[in-house]
Design a protein around this ligand. Sequence first.
Ligand SMILES: Cc1cc2nc3c(=O)[nH]c(=O)nc-3n(C[C@H](O)[C@H](O)[C@H](O)COP(=O)(O)OP(=O)(O)OC[C@H]3O[C@@H](n4cnc5c(N)ncnc54)[C@H](O)[C@@H]3O)c2cc1C
Length: 371
Amino acid sequence: MRARVRRSTMAAPIALEVTVLSEIPATAPGQAIATEVVIIGAGPCGLFQVFELGLLGIGAHLIDSLQHPGGQCAELYPQKPIYDIPALPVCGAQELVDRLLKQIEPFHPTFHLGQEVVEFKRQENGRFHVGTSTGTTFDAGTVVIAAGVGSFQPRRIGIEGSEAFEGSKLHYRVKNSSSFHGQHLVVFGGGDSALDWTLELLPKARSLTLVHRRPEYRAAPASVAKMQDHVAAGRMKVYEALPHSFILDNGALRGINIKARDGATHALAADQLLVFFGLHPKVGAIAAWGLELLFKALKVDTEKFQTSLAGVFAVGDINTYPGKKKLILSGFHEAALAAFAIQHHLYPQKKQFLQYTTTSPIMHQRLGVPD
Ligand SMILES: Cc1cc2nc3c(=O)[nH]c(=O)nc-3n(C[C@H](O)[C@H](O)[C@H](O)COP(=O)(O)OP(=O)(O)OC[C@H]3O[C@@H](n4cnc5c(N)ncnc54)[C@H](O)[C@@H]3O)c2cc1C
Protein backbone atom coordinates (compact mmCIF):
# COMPACT_ATOMS: atom_id res chain seq x y z
CA MET A 1 0.00 0.00 0.00
CA ARG A 2 1.34 3.41 -0.93
CA ALA A 3 -0.07 5.59 1.84
CA ARG A 4 2.55 7.43 3.87
CA VAL A 5 2.57 6.68 7.59
CA ARG A 6 4.15 8.68 10.37
CA ARG A 7 3.78 6.92 13.69
CA SER A 8 4.82 8.22 17.06
CA THR A 9 7.45 6.16 18.82
CA MET A 10 4.71 4.34 20.75
CA ALA A 11 5.05 1.20 18.70
CA ALA A 12 2.58 -1.64 19.22
CA PRO A 13 3.96 -5.17 19.42
CA ILE A 14 1.60 -6.48 16.79
CA ALA A 15 2.46 -6.17 13.11
CA LEU A 16 0.09 -3.69 11.54
CA GLU A 17 -1.80 -4.18 8.32
CA VAL A 18 -0.76 -0.75 7.09
CA THR A 19 2.94 -0.78 6.57
CA VAL A 20 4.46 1.63 4.20
CA LEU A 21 6.55 4.65 4.13
CA SER A 22 7.24 6.79 1.18
CA GLU A 23 7.74 10.35 0.17
CA ILE A 24 6.98 12.04 3.46
CA PRO A 25 7.30 15.74 2.67
CA ALA A 26 10.47 17.16 4.15
CA THR A 27 9.77 19.68 6.89
CA ALA A 28 12.35 21.16 9.21
CA PRO A 29 11.95 20.23 12.90
CA GLY A 30 9.35 22.52 14.43
CA GLN A 31 8.10 23.65 11.02
CA ALA A 32 4.37 23.28 10.42
CA ILE A 33 3.33 20.93 7.61
CA ALA A 34 1.41 22.97 5.03
CA THR A 35 -1.56 21.09 3.56
CA GLU A 36 -4.90 21.65 1.92
CA VAL A 37 -6.75 19.46 4.44
CA VAL A 38 -6.10 17.92 7.84
CA ILE A 39 -8.48 15.12 8.77
CA ILE A 40 -8.72 14.44 12.49
CA GLY A 41 -9.64 10.77 12.89
CA ALA A 42 -8.76 7.80 10.67
CA GLY A 43 -11.98 5.86 11.29
CA PRO A 44 -14.06 4.69 8.31
CA CYS A 45 -15.44 8.19 7.69
CA GLY A 46 -12.04 9.91 7.88
CA LEU A 47 -10.67 7.32 5.45
CA PHE A 48 -13.53 7.76 2.99
CA GLN A 49 -13.07 11.54 3.26
CA VAL A 50 -9.60 11.03 1.75
CA PHE A 51 -11.20 9.26 -1.20
CA GLU A 52 -13.83 11.92 -1.89
CA LEU A 53 -11.21 14.68 -1.64
CA GLY A 54 -8.82 12.71 -3.82
CA LEU A 55 -11.39 12.46 -6.61
CA LEU A 56 -11.46 16.27 -6.62
CA GLY A 57 -7.67 16.44 -6.70
CA ILE A 58 -7.29 17.52 -3.07
CA GLY A 59 -4.66 15.95 -0.79
CA ALA A 60 -4.97 15.28 2.94
CA HIS A 61 -3.06 14.41 6.09
CA LEU A 62 -4.81 12.09 8.57
CA ILE A 63 -4.17 12.13 12.31
CA ASP A 64 -5.28 9.48 14.79
CA SER A 65 -4.50 8.85 18.43
CA LEU A 66 -4.58 5.11 17.75
CA GLN A 67 -1.55 3.33 16.31
CA HIS A 68 -3.62 2.04 13.40
CA PRO A 69 -6.38 3.32 11.13
CA GLY A 70 -9.98 2.10 11.38
CA GLY A 71 -11.50 3.82 14.43
CA GLN A 72 -14.26 1.87 16.17
CA CYS A 73 -14.30 -0.82 13.45
CA ALA A 74 -10.66 -1.73 14.11
CA GLU A 75 -10.59 -1.03 17.83
CA LEU A 76 -13.95 -2.24 19.12
CA TYR A 77 -15.24 -4.94 16.75
CA PRO A 78 -12.68 -5.95 14.10
CA GLN A 79 -13.98 -9.54 13.76
CA LYS A 80 -17.69 -8.69 13.68
CA PRO A 81 -19.64 -8.74 10.41
CA ILE A 82 -21.32 -5.56 9.12
CA TYR A 83 -24.42 -6.07 6.98
CA ASP A 84 -25.41 -2.54 5.98
CA ILE A 85 -22.60 -1.33 3.73
CA PRO A 86 -24.14 -0.80 0.27
CA ALA A 87 -23.28 -3.54 -2.24
CA LEU A 88 -21.40 -5.60 0.36
CA PRO A 89 -24.00 -8.04 1.78
CA VAL A 90 -21.55 -8.89 4.55
CA CYS A 91 -18.18 -7.40 5.40
CA GLY A 92 -15.96 -7.86 8.46
CA ALA A 93 -15.26 -4.59 10.27
CA GLN A 94 -11.47 -4.90 9.79
CA GLU A 95 -12.09 -6.01 6.22
CA LEU A 96 -14.01 -2.78 5.64
CA VAL A 97 -11.05 -0.79 6.96
CA ASP A 98 -8.66 -2.75 4.72
CA ARG A 99 -10.91 -2.14 1.71
CA LEU A 100 -11.05 1.59 2.46
CA LEU A 101 -7.26 1.71 2.77
CA LYS A 102 -7.00 -0.02 -0.59
CA GLN A 103 -9.51 2.40 -2.11
CA ILE A 104 -7.56 5.49 -0.97
CA GLU A 105 -4.16 4.14 -2.09
CA PRO A 106 -4.12 6.22 -5.31
CA PHE A 107 -4.33 9.43 -3.27
CA HIS A 108 -1.27 8.77 -1.06
CA PRO A 109 -2.57 10.31 2.16
CA THR A 110 -0.02 10.81 4.94
CA PHE A 111 -0.98 9.14 8.23
CA HIS A 112 0.17 10.55 11.57
CA LEU A 113 -0.69 7.75 13.99
CA GLY A 114 -0.36 7.49 17.76
CA GLN A 115 -0.89 11.25 18.04
CA GLU A 116 -3.83 13.06 19.59
CA VAL A 117 -4.82 16.45 18.24
CA VAL A 118 -4.53 18.76 21.22
CA GLU A 119 -4.21 22.21 19.58
CA PHE A 120 -6.54 23.89 17.14
CA LYS A 121 -6.71 27.56 16.23
CA ARG A 122 -7.97 29.66 13.35
CA GLN A 123 -5.13 31.88 12.16
CA GLU A 124 -5.52 35.48 11.10
CA ASN A 125 -5.07 34.55 7.45
CA GLY A 126 -8.08 32.19 7.67
CA ARG A 127 -5.97 29.01 7.68
CA PHE A 128 -5.82 26.65 10.65
CA HIS A 129 -3.10 25.68 13.11
CA VAL A 130 -3.42 22.06 14.26
CA GLY A 131 -0.99 20.52 16.77
CA THR A 132 -0.64 17.00 18.12
CA SER A 133 0.44 15.46 21.41
CA THR A 134 3.78 14.47 19.85
CA GLY A 135 4.53 17.99 18.62
CA THR A 136 3.63 17.66 14.92
CA THR A 137 2.05 20.88 13.68
CA PHE A 138 0.07 21.70 10.56
CA ASP A 139 -0.85 24.81 8.65
CA ALA A 140 -4.09 23.67 7.01
CA GLY A 141 -6.43 25.35 4.54
CA THR A 142 -9.36 23.39 5.96
CA VAL A 143 -9.95 20.87 8.73
CA VAL A 144 -12.29 17.87 8.73
CA ILE A 145 -13.13 16.55 12.17
CA ALA A 146 -13.94 12.83 11.81
CA ALA A 147 -13.29 12.08 15.46
CA GLY A 148 -16.17 9.63 15.98
CA VAL A 149 -16.96 9.07 19.62
CA GLY A 150 -13.66 10.64 20.57
CA SER A 151 -10.01 9.87 20.90
CA PHE A 152 -9.34 6.45 22.38
CA GLN A 153 -7.58 6.71 25.75
CA PRO A 154 -6.17 3.94 27.97
CA ARG A 155 -8.32 2.87 30.93
CA ARG A 156 -6.32 3.80 33.99
CA ILE A 157 -5.30 1.62 36.96
CA GLY A 158 -7.69 3.30 39.41
CA ILE A 159 -5.30 3.73 42.34
CA GLU A 160 -5.14 7.17 43.93
CA GLY A 161 -1.94 9.06 43.11
CA SER A 162 -1.11 6.85 40.11
CA GLU A 163 -0.62 9.89 37.79
CA ALA A 164 2.66 10.67 39.57
CA PHE A 165 4.19 7.42 38.26
CA GLU A 166 2.80 7.52 34.71
CA GLY A 167 5.53 7.26 32.12
CA SER A 168 8.28 6.48 34.65
CA LYS A 169 7.10 3.42 36.63
CA LEU A 170 3.54 2.95 35.40
CA HIS A 171 2.87 2.50 31.68
CA TYR A 172 -0.28 2.26 29.57
CA ARG A 173 1.71 2.04 26.33
CA VAL A 174 5.17 0.72 25.54
CA LYS A 175 7.23 3.45 23.97
CA ASN A 176 10.58 1.70 24.08
CA SER A 177 10.53 -2.00 24.92
CA SER A 178 14.26 -2.12 25.68
CA SER A 179 13.69 0.09 28.75
CA PHE A 180 11.96 -2.93 30.37
CA HIS A 181 14.81 -5.36 29.80
CA GLY A 182 16.44 -6.70 32.99
CA GLN A 183 13.59 -5.37 35.15
CA HIS A 184 11.03 -6.93 37.51
CA LEU A 185 7.75 -6.43 35.64
CA VAL A 186 4.11 -6.77 36.61
CA VAL A 187 1.72 -6.76 33.65
CA PHE A 188 -2.05 -6.20 34.13
CA GLY A 189 -4.76 -7.25 31.67
CA GLY A 190 -6.17 -10.18 29.73
CA GLY A 191 -6.45 -8.85 26.17
CA ASP A 192 -4.11 -9.05 23.20
CA SER A 193 -1.91 -6.12 24.31
CA ALA A 194 -1.31 -7.65 27.77
CA LEU A 195 -0.54 -11.10 26.37
CA ASP A 196 1.55 -9.87 23.42
CA TRP A 197 3.75 -7.75 25.67
CA THR A 198 3.98 -10.55 28.24
CA LEU A 199 5.32 -12.94 25.61
CA GLU A 200 7.56 -10.30 24.07
CA LEU A 201 9.12 -9.08 27.33
CA LEU A 202 9.31 -12.37 29.28
CA PRO A 203 12.61 -13.57 27.76
CA LYS A 204 14.25 -10.21 28.46
CA ALA A 205 12.75 -9.29 31.85
CA ARG A 206 14.35 -10.18 35.19
CA SER A 207 10.96 -11.47 36.29
CA LEU A 208 7.44 -11.13 34.96
CA THR A 209 4.09 -11.56 36.69
CA LEU A 210 0.79 -11.32 34.85
CA VAL A 211 -2.31 -10.21 36.76
CA HIS A 212 -5.79 -10.62 35.29
CA ARG A 213 -9.08 -10.28 37.11
CA ARG A 214 -10.61 -13.55 35.89
CA PRO A 215 -9.60 -16.94 34.49
CA GLU A 216 -10.92 -16.20 30.97
CA TYR A 217 -8.78 -14.13 28.60
CA ARG A 218 -9.88 -12.01 25.63
CA ALA A 219 -6.50 -12.46 23.93
CA ALA A 220 -5.86 -14.85 21.05
CA PRO A 221 -6.08 -18.45 22.35
CA ALA A 222 -2.62 -19.25 20.95
CA SER A 223 -1.05 -16.42 23.02
CA VAL A 224 -2.91 -17.58 26.15
CA ALA A 225 -1.67 -21.16 25.59
CA LYS A 226 1.93 -19.95 25.21
CA MET A 227 1.66 -17.88 28.40
CA GLN A 228 0.23 -20.90 30.29
CA ASP A 229 3.16 -23.04 29.07
CA HIS A 230 5.58 -20.46 30.53
CA VAL A 231 3.68 -20.51 33.84
CA ALA A 232 3.74 -24.34 33.94
CA ALA A 233 7.50 -24.26 33.28
CA GLY A 234 7.99 -21.80 36.17
CA ARG A 235 9.25 -19.00 33.93
CA MET A 236 6.55 -16.54 35.07
CA LYS A 237 3.69 -16.22 37.55
CA VAL A 238 0.05 -15.43 36.98
CA TYR A 239 -2.59 -14.19 39.46
CA GLU A 240 -6.35 -13.73 39.24
CA ALA A 241 -6.60 -10.42 41.04
CA LEU A 242 -7.15 -6.67 40.84
CA PRO A 243 -4.66 -3.89 41.59
CA HIS A 244 -5.16 -2.66 45.16
CA SER A 245 -2.45 -0.20 46.30
CA PHE A 246 1.14 0.79 45.57
CA ILE A 247 4.07 -0.38 47.67
CA LEU A 248 6.04 2.79 48.38
CA ASP A 249 9.36 3.51 50.03
CA ASN A 250 9.84 7.19 50.79
CA GLY A 251 7.58 8.00 47.86
CA ALA A 252 9.44 5.70 45.43
CA LEU A 253 7.39 2.92 43.85
CA ARG A 254 8.69 -0.50 44.81
CA GLY A 255 5.77 -2.71 43.78
CA ILE A 256 2.05 -3.24 44.00
CA ASN A 257 -0.41 -4.96 46.30
CA ILE A 258 -3.06 -6.96 44.49
CA LYS A 259 -6.34 -8.32 45.81
CA ALA A 260 -7.20 -11.84 44.68
CA ARG A 261 -10.70 -13.12 44.00
CA ASP A 262 -10.70 -14.96 47.34
CA GLY A 263 -10.01 -11.67 49.19
CA ALA A 264 -6.33 -12.41 49.90
CA THR A 265 -3.81 -9.66 49.17
CA HIS A 266 -0.40 -10.34 47.65
CA ALA A 267 2.55 -7.95 47.62
CA LEU A 268 4.41 -8.01 44.30
CA ALA A 269 7.80 -6.33 44.11
CA ALA A 270 8.18 -4.52 40.79
CA ASP A 271 10.41 -2.05 38.99
CA GLN A 272 7.81 -1.32 36.33
CA LEU A 273 4.05 -1.77 36.02
CA LEU A 274 2.44 -2.23 32.61
CA VAL A 275 -1.33 -1.81 32.50
CA PHE A 276 -3.42 -2.89 29.50
CA PHE A 277 -7.06 -2.48 30.54
CA GLY A 278 -8.19 -1.46 27.04
CA LEU A 279 -9.17 1.89 25.63
CA HIS A 280 -12.20 4.14 25.99
CA PRO A 281 -13.14 7.11 23.82
CA LYS A 282 -12.93 10.69 25.10
CA VAL A 283 -14.18 13.70 23.14
CA GLY A 284 -11.60 15.70 25.12
CA ALA A 285 -9.96 18.72 23.57
CA ILE A 286 -12.39 19.04 20.63
CA ALA A 287 -15.16 20.19 22.99
CA ALA A 288 -12.99 23.17 23.98
CA TRP A 289 -12.30 24.49 20.47
CA GLY A 290 -15.23 26.93 20.54
CA LEU A 291 -17.26 25.05 17.90
CA GLU A 292 -21.00 24.85 18.48
CA LEU A 293 -21.95 21.60 20.22
CA LEU A 294 -25.13 19.71 20.95
CA PHE A 295 -24.82 16.86 23.46
CA LYS A 296 -21.04 16.57 22.86
CA ALA A 297 -21.51 16.38 19.05
CA LEU A 298 -20.54 19.11 16.57
CA LYS A 299 -23.47 20.91 14.99
CA VAL A 300 -23.24 20.94 11.18
CA ASP A 301 -25.46 21.95 8.28
CA THR A 302 -26.60 19.23 5.89
CA GLU A 303 -25.42 20.92 2.70
CA LYS A 304 -21.71 21.20 3.46
CA PHE A 305 -21.35 19.42 6.82
CA GLN A 306 -19.60 22.54 8.00
CA THR A 307 -19.36 23.33 11.71
CA SER A 308 -20.09 26.74 13.22
CA LEU A 309 -16.63 27.85 11.98
CA ALA A 310 -16.20 28.34 8.22
CA GLY A 311 -13.51 26.01 6.85
CA VAL A 312 -14.00 23.41 9.58
CA PHE A 313 -16.13 20.43 8.64
CA ALA A 314 -17.31 17.42 10.64
CA VAL A 315 -18.32 14.01 9.31
CA GLY A 316 -19.27 10.69 10.88
CA ASP A 317 -20.27 10.01 14.46
CA ILE A 318 -18.86 13.29 15.80
CA ASN A 319 -21.45 15.48 14.06
CA THR A 320 -25.13 16.11 14.63
CA TYR A 321 -28.02 17.56 12.62
CA PRO A 322 -31.76 16.92 12.52
CA GLY A 323 -32.28 13.25 11.74
CA LYS A 324 -28.63 12.25 12.22
CA LYS A 325 -28.05 8.49 12.40
CA LYS A 326 -24.64 7.28 13.56
CA LEU A 327 -24.09 4.84 10.72
CA ILE A 328 -21.07 4.34 8.51
CA LEU A 329 -23.06 4.92 5.33
CA SER A 330 -24.34 8.26 6.69
CA GLY A 331 -20.70 9.29 7.25
CA PHE A 332 -19.79 8.27 3.69
CA HIS A 333 -22.54 10.50 2.26
CA GLU A 334 -21.44 13.37 4.52
CA ALA A 335 -17.83 12.98 3.33
CA ALA A 336 -18.91 13.23 -0.33
CA LEU A 337 -20.79 16.50 0.19
CA ALA A 338 -18.12 17.91 2.53
CA ALA A 339 -15.47 17.32 -0.17
CA PHE A 340 -17.28 19.63 -2.62
CA ALA A 341 -17.70 22.26 0.12
CA ILE A 342 -13.99 21.97 0.99
CA GLN A 343 -13.05 22.42 -2.66
CA HIS A 344 -15.19 25.56 -2.80
CA HIS A 345 -13.69 26.88 0.44
CA LEU A 346 -10.12 26.35 -0.79
CA TYR A 347 -10.69 27.41 -4.41
CA PRO A 348 -13.78 29.66 -4.52
CA GLN A 349 -13.12 30.67 -8.16
CA LYS A 350 -13.11 27.08 -9.38
CA LYS A 351 -16.22 26.03 -11.27
CA GLN A 352 -17.72 22.89 -9.76
CA PHE A 353 -19.44 20.22 -11.76
CA LEU A 354 -20.32 16.64 -11.01
CA GLN A 355 -18.30 13.99 -12.76
CA TYR A 356 -18.81 10.25 -12.76
CA THR A 357 -15.89 8.00 -11.90
CA THR A 358 -17.12 5.73 -14.68
CA THR A 359 -16.47 8.23 -17.44
CA SER A 360 -14.31 11.12 -16.20
CA PRO A 361 -10.77 11.11 -17.72
CA ILE A 362 -9.43 13.40 -14.95
CA MET A 363 -10.80 11.09 -12.27
CA HIS A 364 -9.29 8.10 -14.06
CA GLN A 365 -5.97 9.90 -14.02
CA ARG A 366 -6.29 10.63 -10.28
CA LEU A 367 -7.32 7.04 -9.60
CA GLY A 368 -4.46 5.76 -11.73
CA VAL A 369 -6.72 3.67 -13.94
CA PRO A 370 -6.58 3.50 -17.75
CA ASP A 371 -8.95 5.79 -19.61
C1 LIG B 1 -19.98 -2.95 18.30
C2 LIG B 1 -20.34 -1.95 17.21
C3 LIG B 1 -20.98 -2.38 16.07
C4 LIG B 1 -21.30 -1.49 15.04
N1 LIG B 1 -21.93 -1.95 13.92
C5 LIG B 1 -22.24 -1.08 12.93
C6 LIG B 1 -22.91 -1.53 11.74
O1 LIG B 1 -23.23 -2.71 11.61
N2 LIG B 1 -23.19 -0.62 10.77
C7 LIG B 1 -22.86 0.73 10.89
O2 LIG B 1 -23.11 1.49 9.97
N3 LIG B 1 -22.24 1.17 12.01
C8 LIG B 1 -21.93 0.31 13.03
N4 LIG B 1 -21.32 0.79 14.18
C9 LIG B 1 -21.03 2.23 14.27
C10 LIG B 1 -19.82 2.59 13.44
O3 LIG B 1 -18.70 1.83 13.88
C11 LIG B 1 -19.55 4.08 13.57
O4 LIG B 1 -20.66 4.77 13.04
C12 LIG B 1 -18.30 4.46 12.78
O5 LIG B 1 -17.16 3.83 13.31
C13 LIG B 1 -18.10 5.96 12.82
O6 LIG B 1 -16.94 6.23 12.08
P1 LIG B 1 -16.12 7.58 12.32
O7 LIG B 1 -15.03 7.54 11.31
O8 LIG B 1 -17.05 8.72 12.36
O9 LIG B 1 -15.55 7.46 13.81
P2 LIG B 1 -14.69 6.37 14.58
O10 LIG B 1 -14.81 5.04 14.00
O11 LIG B 1 -15.09 6.52 16.03
O12 LIG B 1 -13.19 6.88 14.39
C14 LIG B 1 -12.81 8.11 14.92
C15 LIG B 1 -11.30 8.13 15.09
O13 LIG B 1 -10.92 9.44 15.49
C16 LIG B 1 -9.84 9.35 16.40
N5 LIG B 1 -9.80 10.59 17.19
C17 LIG B 1 -10.80 11.15 17.91
N6 LIG B 1 -10.38 12.30 18.48
C18 LIG B 1 -9.09 12.46 18.12
C19 LIG B 1 -8.12 13.43 18.40
N7 LIG B 1 -8.37 14.50 19.15
N8 LIG B 1 -6.88 13.25 17.89
C20 LIG B 1 -6.58 12.18 17.11
N9 LIG B 1 -7.47 11.22 16.81
C21 LIG B 1 -8.72 11.36 17.30
C22 LIG B 1 -10.18 8.12 17.24
O14 LIG B 1 -9.02 7.56 17.84
C23 LIG B 1 -10.79 7.20 16.17
O15 LIG B 1 -9.84 6.31 15.63
C24 LIG B 1 -20.99 -0.10 15.19
C25 LIG B 1 -20.35 0.34 16.35
C26 LIG B 1 -20.02 -0.57 17.36
C27 LIG B 1 -19.33 -0.06 18.59
